[in-house]
Design a protein around this ligand. Structure first.
Ligand code: MV4
Length: 501
C-alpha cells in the first residue's frame, strides 16, 4: 500500500493526509463543488471532483469513489468519520473491487450497526448491558407491551437502526407506551428506513464514557483508555476529555477489558470505540460500538502518545500493532473543544459565510485540527465543525488553564462561533470540579446570564454603558484580560492589518 484515497472532507481529511505524508504514502483527495478551495484538496497529491455540494451527490457516491480510487492507482480507501465510514455495503464493495478499506470488516460494521443485534452479541460475550429486551428478531407492539412492565419504568424505546438519539423515546408508564411506540417507529422509519425498536431501562444521571480500542489482523486487541464525552447538547458532543475525572484505575481496567471482549465478539479489526453509560455508583453498561475513527480521537493520542491514524494504516497493511497493552500509559490530561460555526447566544443556530480572518492559538500543549482557512466559506451543506481545539496539560487543572488561554487567543471573523460557550464552560465550577453528566448542558448550564443583545433594565444598561466607556478609556489597548476579549473582532482586524502592511 503506497497510495491512499481519503473519502472525506474537512479537518478529518487533513488529519488523515498528514498521517499518510508522515508514512511516505501518496494521497488522493475527492471533493464536491462546494469544496474546490478546501484545505484537503490543496494538501493532497491529487484531487478529483465528485459532484455537486449535497453529500448524496458527492461524498456519499460510493460507486464514483471506488472508480476514482482504481483510476488513480490507489490501493486503499480511508473513510474518516461520517459519510461512508459505517456503511457495511461500502466496505464490502471496496473488498469486491480489490481495494483495502481502512477500517473493520463489513461483517463487524453490520453486527454493530444493528443496535439490537449488537446488544445480543455482547450479552453472549458476558458484557454488561442495561436491562431490557433480549433475543433475535423484530418485536411487535404486543410483545413490547408485555415486556415493558417486567423491565420497569421509566424506560427508553430505542431504534434498532439507531444512533444519535433518533427514534428514542422516554416512557414513564404503560399508558404512554402505545403512542410513544408509534412515534418512535415512525421517526426510525423516516430516519433509517427501519421502524424496528427495542426497550431498555432508563439509566438516570449517567455519564457517557467511551473506550478506544485497536485490533490488528493477528488477533491482538488493546484498549487506549477512556474519553469522557458527557458534555453534549442534543446528542452533539461539544467537549471531550481524557482521562475522565470520574474514572479510577480499577474502573478503567474493568471497562477496558470489557471493551476488548465486546470488540472480539464481532471479530473486530482496526480502530473502534465502545460507548458506555456509567451511573453514579460507577456501574457501567455497554451502549453501542462506533466502528470508525472518531472526531475526538486526538485527546487519546495526546495522553497515550499513540498516533491512531498511523496505527489504522499499519493494521490495514497487515502489520502487528506497534504497542502491547502494557505499553499503554496515561500521561497528563487532554481536553478537546469542538469549535462550531454556530451562535451560542441564539440557540446554537448554524452560522454560515466566509471566514474573512482568523488567528489560531498555538504554543505549548496546543493542537488545532482544522480544514478551513481565511477566505474559505462555511456552507450549509456539511456539519458546522470549523476546528477541534485540543490541549494537553500535565494535570487536568493545567489543561483547563491552557484551554482558557487558547480560547482567548483564538480569533475567527466572518462567522459566529461557539467559542464563548467554551469559555463559559471552562469557567464553570461544575466543569472544573468534573461534576457533570449528560444532562449538564441542557439542564444546568445556561448562556442566559451572558446572553448578548438582550435589553434588560434601562437603568442597568445606563450603568453598564458608563462602566464600559470608563473601562475603554482606562485600559491599554494591548492588554487582553481573561474573559473580557476587550478588542472587538473589528478592532483586532484593523490592528492585524496595520501589522501586516
Ligand atoms: C440511554 C440513556 C439512558 N439509559 N440508554 C442517547 C443516544 C444513544 N446513543 C444512547 N443514548 C442514551 N441511552 C439508557 N438505557 C441515555 C442516553 C443519552 C445519552 C447518551 C450518551 C450521551 C448523551 C446522551 C444524552 C441523552 C441521553
Amino acid at each position: 500500500m503506497n497510495k491512499v484515497l481519503i473519502a472525506n472532507r474537512g479537518e478529518i481529511a487533513v488529519r488523515i493526509l498528514r498521517a499518510c505524508r508522515e508514512l511516505g504514502i501518496e494521497t488522493v483527495a475527492v471533493y464536491s463543488e462546494a469544496d474546490r478551495q478546501a484545505l484537503h484538496v490543496r494538501y493532497a497529491d491529487e484531487a478529483y471532483l465528485l459532484g455537486p455540494a449535497p453529500s448524496r451527490q458527492s461524498y456519499l457516491r460510493s460507486d464514483k469513489i471506488i472508480e476514482i480510487t482504481k483510476k488513480s492507482g490507489a490501493q486503499a480507501i480511508h473513510p474518516g468519520y461520517g459519510f461512508l465510514a459505517e456503511r457495511a455495503d461500502f466496505a464490502l464493495a471496496c473488498a469486491d473491487a480489490g481495494l483495502i478499506f481502512i477500517g473493520p470488516k463489513a461483517s463487524a460494521i453490520a453486527a454493530m450497526g444493528d443496535k439490537m443485534k449488537a446488544r445480543n452479541t455482547v450479552i453472549a460475550a458476558g458484557v454488561p448491558v442495561v436491562p431490557g429486551t433480549e433475543g433475535e428478531g423484530a418485536l411487535a407492539d404486543e410483545d413490547l407491551l408485555t415486556i415493558a412492565p417486567k423491565i420497569g419504568f421509566p424506560l427508553l424505546i430505542k431504534a434498532t437502526a439507531g444512533g444519535g438519539g433518533k427514534g428514542m423515546r422516554e416512557v414513564q408508564n404503560i399508558e404512554e407506551m402505545p403512542t410513544l411506540l408509534h412515534s418512535a417507529r415512525r421517526e426510525a422509519e423516516s430516519s433509517f428506513g427501519d421502524g424496528n425498536v427495542y426497550l431498555e431501562k432508563l439509566v438516570e444521571g449517567a455519564r457517557h464514557i467511551e473506550i478506544q480500542i485497536l485490533a490488528d489482523q493477528q488477533g491482538n486487541t488493546i484498549f487506549l483508555n477512556e474519553r469522557e464525552c458527557s458534555i453534549q447538547r442534543r446528542h452533539q458532543k461539544l467537549i471531550e476529555e481524557a482521562p475522565s475525572p470520574f474514572v479510577d484505575d480499577d474502573l478503567r481496567q474493568r471497562m477496558g477489558c470489557v471493551a476488548v471482549k465486546a470488540a472480539q465478539a464481532v471479530g473486530y479489526v482496526n480502530a473502534g470505540t465502545i460507548e458506555f453509560l456509567v451511573d453514579k455508583d460507577k456501574h457501567f453498561y455497554f451502549l453501542e460500538m462506533n466502528t470508525r475513527l472518531q472526531v475526538e480521537h486526538p485527546i487519546t493520542e495526546l495522553i497515550t502518545g499513540v498516533d491512531i491514524v498511523k496505527e489504522q494504516i499499519r493494521i490495514a497493511r497487515g502489520r502487528q500493532l506497534s504497542y502491547k497493552q502494557e505499553d499503554i500509559k496515561i500521561n497528563g490530561a487532554a481536553i478537546e473543544c469542538r469549535i462550531n460555526a454556530e451562535d451560542p447566544f441564539n440557540n446554537f443556530m448554524p452560522s454560515t459565510g466566509v471566514i474573512t480572518h482568523s488567528m489560531l492559538p498555538a504554543g505549548p500543549g496546543v493542537r488545532v485540527d482544522t480544514g478551513v482557512y481565511p477566505g474559505f466559506e462555511i456552507s450549509p451543506y456539511y456539519d458546522p465543525l470549523i476546528s477541534k481545539l485540543v490541549v494537553w496539560g500535565e494535570t487536568r487543572a493545567q489543561a483547563i488553564l491552557r484551554m482558557r488561554r487558547a480560547l482567548e487567543e483564538y480569533r475567527i471573523v466572518g462567522v459566529r462561533t461557539n467559542i464563548p460557550f467554551h469559555q463559559t464552560m471552562m469557567d464553570s465550577h461544575r466543569f472544573m470540579g468534573g461534576q457533570y453528566d449528560t444532562r449538564f448542558v441542557e439542564e444546568r448550564f445556561s448562556m442566559h446570564d451572558i446572553e448578548e443583545g438582550k435589553t434588560i433594565h434601562p437603568e442597568i444598561a445606563a450603568l453598564m454603558a458608563t462602566l464600559v466607556a470608563h473601562q475603554s478609556i482606562e485600559r491599554s489597548a494591548q492588554v487582553v484580560r481573561r474573559g473580557e476579549r476587550d478588542t472587538s473582532n473589528w478592532k483586532w482586524v484593523g490592528r492585524w492589518e496595520r501589522i501586516h502592511r
